[in-house]
Each structure stands twice: as structure tokens, then as C-alpha cells.
Write a protein that binds this ligand. Structure first.
Ligand SMILES: [Zn+2]
Length: 183
């Protein structure tokens, strides 16, 4: 049975780290990937990056549509992804499992070309637009130590400043972990 992993909250040093390349054959991934996917759904997320659960590897999972009516769960794991082309602009509200109860409008590219290694080792090239492109850009940022509030306007950031500082102040020795029970 996959388990719900503790979540790293803003203030935790691993959320600010450029993560290491992963090896799709790494035996650790056999248990880690199901846990990562399970944790994303348990936290009602549409994406979750490895460092959000304390793992220093360039891996994330997304499932942009699963919570919509009539949609099945369809998790997509991306190992060592790259965003190869950005086009256009869009602005939409984002939140993050690592920044609980915080939301802001974030400018993103409208369309992206991207590639990644899937868990079976295949290198996949794909493109996305709209909401799916937002989810991929948000998760990709995590792998470089970037969170969505780094990309919002100065004014928007000013409004969130107190909350961000409070969150960061909860960290002890660079660690800020929140443990959730399975729902
Ligand atoms: Zn996030």
C-alpha cells in the first residue's frame, strides 16, 4: 500500500534547492513513485514534486484534471523533465501544497513544448497549453527551487508578505515538515 508522505512547507531548505538528476532504474523509485502519486491525491493536488516530500531528485507527478467530474485518475510521472519552448502568456490563480492556504495570480507561458523520461525509461516529447501547461511549469519550477510566489507581482507579494514570513519562520534548522493523516 502506498503511503502519504510528510510535506515540506515553505522555509524548508529543500524547496529552495536545484535538484539532482534522477535515474529511472533507481530501485528507490519502485516504492517512492506510488507514494508520491498517493500523496498528491491525498493532499488534493494536481501536481507534486519530489522535493515537496523531501526527496532531492528531478521528478514530479501531475494529474491536472482528476478532480473534475467524470474524469478518471491519470497520474503522469515525469523524470528529468525539460521545458524546451515557451510561447504566449496567461495569468491564472495558483496554490501549492507546500504553501498551504495561499493563492495568487501567476503569469505563465500559454503553450510549452517539454520532454521527460517516463518510469519505463522512454524519453517522451510533448506539448501542452492552458491549464495543463500551467501545472507543468509550476512543478518544473520546484525542481529548480522556485515557488509560485517568486513569480508574482511586487504588489501581490506585498499582500502575502506576512503569511510568507510566518511560514518561513516555522522552519527549524532548514526543515519545515507537516505530517497529514490519510483521509
Ligand atoms: Zn507547488
Amino acid at each position: 500500500m502506498p503511503k502519504t508522505l510528510p510535506i515540506r512547507i515553505l522555509g524548508d531548505a529543500i524547496l529552495r534547492k536545484k535538484l539532482n538528476e534522477a535515474d529511472h532504474n533507481d530501485p528507490f523509485l519502485k516504492s517512492f513513485l506510488p507514494d508520491l502519486i498517493h500523496t498528491m491525491y491525498e493532499r488534493d493536488g494536481v501536481g507534486l514534486a519530489a522535493n515537496q516530500v523531501g526527496v532531492d531528485l528531478r521528478i514530479f507527478v501531475i494529474d491536472p484534471w482528476w478532480s473534475r467530474e467524470g474524469e478518471e485518475r491519470e497520474p503522469q510521472v515525469m523524470i528529468n523533465p525539460s521545458i524546451d519552448k515557451l510561447e504566449g502568456e496567461q495569468l491564472g490563480e495558483e496554490g501549492c501544497i507546500s504553501l498551504p492556504d495561499l493563492f495568487a495570480n501567476v503569469p505563465r507561458a500559454l503553450k510549452i513544448d517539454y520532454s521527460y523520461t517516463s518510469p519505463d525509461g522512454t524519453r517522451v516529447q510533448a506539448s501542452a497549453e492552458g491549464y495543463e501547461a500551467v501545472v507543468i511549469q509550476h512543478e518544473y519550477d520546484h525542481l529548480d527551487g522556485v515557488v509560485f510566489t517568486d513569480r508574482i507581482s511586487t504588489l501581490a507579494k506585498l499582500k502575502l508578505k506576512r503569511r510568507l514570513k510566518e511560514m518561513e519562520a516555522e522552519a527549524k534548522d532548514g526543515v519545515n515538515i507537516r505530517v497529514y493523516e490519510d483521509e
